[in-house]
Design a binder for this molecule. Structure first.
Ligand SMILES: Nc1nc2c(ncn2[C@@H]2O[C@H](COP(=O)(O)OP(=O)(O)O)[C@@H](O)[C@H]2O)c(=O)[nH]1
Ligand SMILES: [Mg+2]
Length: 209
């Protein structure tokens, strides 16, 4: 079985700088980084991207405060209405193009457009607000995209959740990988992305060279 590219060689360090693709770039892969409002999508793409990430965010308005659940994310003053974009080159010539995509049901048509051509999704879940992830899991399941769940490590996250309980709460298939991740930390975020890449390779080993 092919193995996932490692994060040790030409991976990003979280410091933007490499603008041009390395000569070794071989597989260019579109990946969605998705999840509910305030879960850490922008943070994760910022932490790993080797290019200056692109963001389209808008100030949180009174109107959107009615629909975007602010529970647990009170200090957040912007709400994602479109996408984040970043890039990371992994060892082995694999380059991930990361599209941060809001996972709320009301962004379904945007989600479908951005998901076009993606090979997989990293679904960020906040264990303080598991039900906020039901929309995005529905979108990912419907799209048929292979995905990995990354529980973002927030300091006040409940500690009593076992992996088994979290899997049951999210109704995950047994072969869907689940990891924990601190989106602020490049290595932790890269590990989550590598878990997803390995999952993609495991599903289609014949297509990986
Ligand atoms: N403690 C902790 N805070 C995080 C983590 N990821 C994101 N945050 C914080 O959560 C807030 C929302 O993150 P953001 O990336 O804007 O969420 P988005 O709406 O999904 O793009 C920000 O204040 C981040 O600093 C994490 O892994 N751990
Ligand atoms: Mg964002």
């Amino acid at each position: 079985m092919a193995s996932a590219p490692s994060s040790t060689a030409s991976s990003a360090t979280g410091t933007p700088g490499r603008v041009h693709l390395p000569d070794t770039a071989r597989d260019l892969v579109k990946i969605l980084v998705t999840g509910p409002f305030g879960v850490g999508k922008t943070t994760l793409i910022d932490s790993v991207s080797e290019i200056v990430p692109l963001h389209t965010e808008e100030q949180l308005t009174e109107a959107s405060a009615q629909v975007d659940d602010l529970e647990g994310v009170r200090d957040k003053s912007t709400t994602t209405v479109a996408i984040d974009f970043g890039r990371i080159s992994l060892a082995g010539g694999v380059v991930l193009y990361l599209f941060g995509t809001p996972g709320q049901e009301r962004f379904r048509s945007l989600w479908d457009d951005i998901a076009y051509g993606a090979l997989g999704a990293l679904v960020l879940v906040d264990s303080r607000r598991i039900d906020a992830s039901f929309d995005v899991l529905g979108l990912v399941e419907e799209s048929g995209l292979p995905y990995t769940v990354a529980f973002n490590a927030f300091p006040d996250a409940p500690s009593h959740h076992t992996e088994e309980r979290l899997r049951a709460a999210l109704d995950l298939e047994p072969d869907t990988p689940m990891v924990t991740c601190d989106a602020r930390d490049a290595n932790s975020s890269i590990d989550a992305l590598l878990t997803l890449v390995q999952h993609l390779i495991d599903r289609h080993p014949s297509e990986s060279r």
